[in-house]
Design a protein around this ligand. Structure first.
Ligand SMILES: *[C@@H]1O[C@H](CO)[C@@H](O)[C@H](O)[C@H]1NC(C)=O
Ligand SMILES: *[C@@H]1O[C@H](CO)[C@@H](O)[C@H](O)[C@H]1NC(C)=O
Ligand SMILES: *[C@@H]1O[C@H](CO)[C@@H](O)[C@H](O)[C@H]1NC(C)=O
Ligand SMILES: *[C@@H]1O[C@H](CO)[C@@H](O)[C@H](O)[C@H]1NC(C)=O
Ligand SMILES: *[C@@H]1O[C@H](CO)[C@@H](O)[C@H](O)[C@H]1NC(C)=O
Length: 342
C-alpha cells in the first residue's frame, strides 16, 4: 500500500461506472458546467482511476465536459511534477492552461474536484486566478491547513523516497521550498501564539501565502473564495496518511495534546483571512466525512457528490454559453464517444 499524502486514487465497485450514459436525443435544459480535476501526489493525469472518475461524472451528469489537469503531457513527467517543482509556477501554468483552453475558457463557469494535494492547489487556482471562475469546489482528503509530518513512501517508490529524503534535510531552505512540492504545504505552529511558526511564515512558498497567514493579506484571495457557491471538504474517517487528517477541514490540531480547534474557532476564520467566513454565512461551506482510509473512494460516494454538487445548474439560463460555443463537443457526446481529453 502506498503511504504519504498519496496518493494514488483507489476506487472500489467500479463495475457500475464503466457503462456510458444512455444517449439522449435532446440536450438537457441546462447542461452541467465543465469539470476540472486535479490529481494527487504520485498520480498522473492518464491514470485509470482518473479516467474512471471522469466517466462516472459523465454518467451521473450527462454532457459534462471533463478536463484532468496535467503539468506535462508526458505521463511520467506529470507524475514527477507532483513531487518536484515550485507551486507558484505550477499554479501559474495551470492558470494559463485553463484560461487558454478552447472549451474551458468559454465556459460561464467551471466546477472543480481536487484529490488530496490537488485540492489545496485548486483552491490556490481559485484565489490567484479563477478565470474561468469556479462555481463549486469539492476536495477529498486535502491538506488545507498543511501537514505536520512527512510519512514514509512505498518500499519501491524511488521517486517518492528521493523527494521525502530531501524534504527531511531542511524543509525551510529556499532550495527545498523551490523544488519539493509537499514541503510547500508543510506547516509548523508557534506554541506560544498558536499561529503559524516563524520559519513557516517566513519561508513557506505556498501554504502561508494562500492561507493569508502573513501580516499582509491579499484581498483578492478572500474575495474569490467568498464568490464560490459551495466549497465542499471531505475528510476520510480512517485517514492515517494525512497528518492531521482534519487539515482537510482547516482544523488546527495540537501536536502534543491532539486537541482539535475547528475552523470556526480559528483566527483565520474569525478575521476572515481567506473568505471562508463570508462563504459560510451564505451557507457555502460544507464539511463532510468519507468512510475509509486516504483516497479510497467508492463510486457510490463519488456519485452522490457529483449528483449534489456538479449537476445541471437550476439557476442557469436554459442554455449555457459554453454549450452554444461547443456544439461540436455536444454532438460528439450524443454520439456516445468520450467528449474530452481524459
Ligand atoms: C493578490 O493576488 C492577486 C491574484 O493573484 C494578484 O494579482 C495581486 O498582485 C496580489 N496582491 C498583492 C498585494 O500581492
Ligand atoms: C518559486 O517561483 C516563483 C516564481 O518564479 C519565485 O518568485 C519564487 O522565488 C520561487 N520560490 C522559491 C522558494 O524559490
Ligand atoms: C498545545 O497544548 C499544550 C498543552 O495544553 C499547550 O501548552 C500548547 O501551547 C498548545 N499548542 C498550541 C500550538 O496551541
Ligand atoms: C513564537 O511567537 C513569538 C511571539 O511572536 C516569537 O517571539 C517567537 O520567536 C515564536 N517562536 C517560534 C518558534 O516561532
Ligand atoms: C469553539 O467556540 C465555541 C463558541 O465560542 C465554544 O463554545 C467551543 O467550546 C469552542 N470549541 C473548541 C474546540 O475550541
Amino acid at each position: 500500500m502506498l503511504a504519504i499524502i498519496s496518493f494514488v486514487l483507489c476506487i472500489s465497485n467500479l463495475a457500475s461506472s464503466s457503462a456510458l450514459p444512455a444517449t439522449s436525443p435532446s440536450p438537457p435544459k441546462s447542461s452541467p458546467l465543465p469539470l476540472v480535476v486535479w490529481h494527487g501526489l504520485g498520480d498522473n493525469y492518464a491514470a485509470d482511476g482518473l479516467t474512471m472518475v471522469g466517466k462516472l461524472a459523465q454518467k451521473v451528469n450527462p454532457g459534462t465536459y471533463v478536463h484532468i489537469i496535467r503539468l506535462d503531457e508526458d505521463v511520467s513527467a506529470d507524475r514527477g511534477a507532483t513531487f518536484f517543482g515550485n507551486l507558484t509556477e505550477q499554479i501559474a501554468q495551470v492558470c494559463e492552461d485553463l484560461a487558454a483552453h478552447p472549451v474551458l475558457s468559454k465556459a460561464r463557469a467551471i466546477n472543480a474536484l481536487g484529490f488530496s494535494q490537488g485540492g489545496q492547489f485548486l483552491r490556490g487556482y481559485v484565489e490567484r486566478c479563477n478565470s474561468p471562475s469556479v462555481q463549486n469546489l469539492v476536495t477529498f482528503g486535502s491538506q488545507h491547513n498543511g501537514i505536520s509530518r512527512f510519512q514514509d513512501c512505498a518500499a519501491t517508490d524511488w521517486l517518492c523516497k528521493a523527494a521525502i529524503g530531501l524534504l527531511r534535510t531542511n524543509t525551510w531552505s529556499t532550495f527545498i521550498q523551490n523544488r519539493l512540492v509537499p514541503a510547500q504545504y508543510y506547516r509548523e505552529v508557534n506554541e506560544t501564539t498558536g499561529l503559524g511558526g516563524d520559519q513557516y511564515l517566513k519561508y513557506s512558498n505556498f501554504l502561508a501565502d494562500i492561507n493569508n497567514e502573513r501580516a499582509a493579506k491579499n484581498k483578492t484571495y478572500a474575495a474569490n473564495i467568498a464568490k464560490l457557491r459551495k466549497f465542499v471538504m471531505y475528510v476520510f474517517e480512517d485517514d492515517t496518511t494525512v497528518i492531521p487528517k482534519e487539515s482537510g477541514w482547516f482544523a488546527e490540531v495540537n501536536a502534543t495534546t491532539q486537541a482539535m480547534t475547528p475552523l470556526r474557532n480559528r483566527t483565520l476564520y474569525n478575521e476572515d483571512w481567506i473568505g471562508l467566513k463570508k462563504l459560510d454565512e451564505k451557507d457555502g461551506l460544507v464539511f463532510r466525512t468519507a468512510p475509509g482510509p486516504h483516497m479510497e473512494l467508492s463510486d457510490e460516494m463519488l456519485e452522490e457528490a457529483f449528483k449534489q454538487y456538479f449537476g445541471p445548474d437550476p439557476e442557469a439560463d436554459e442554455m449555457d454559453d459554453w454549450v452554444l460555443v461547443d456544439q461540436e463537443h455536444d454532438r460528439a457526446h450524443i454520439d456516445g464517444s468520450m467528449p474530452q481529453d481524459l
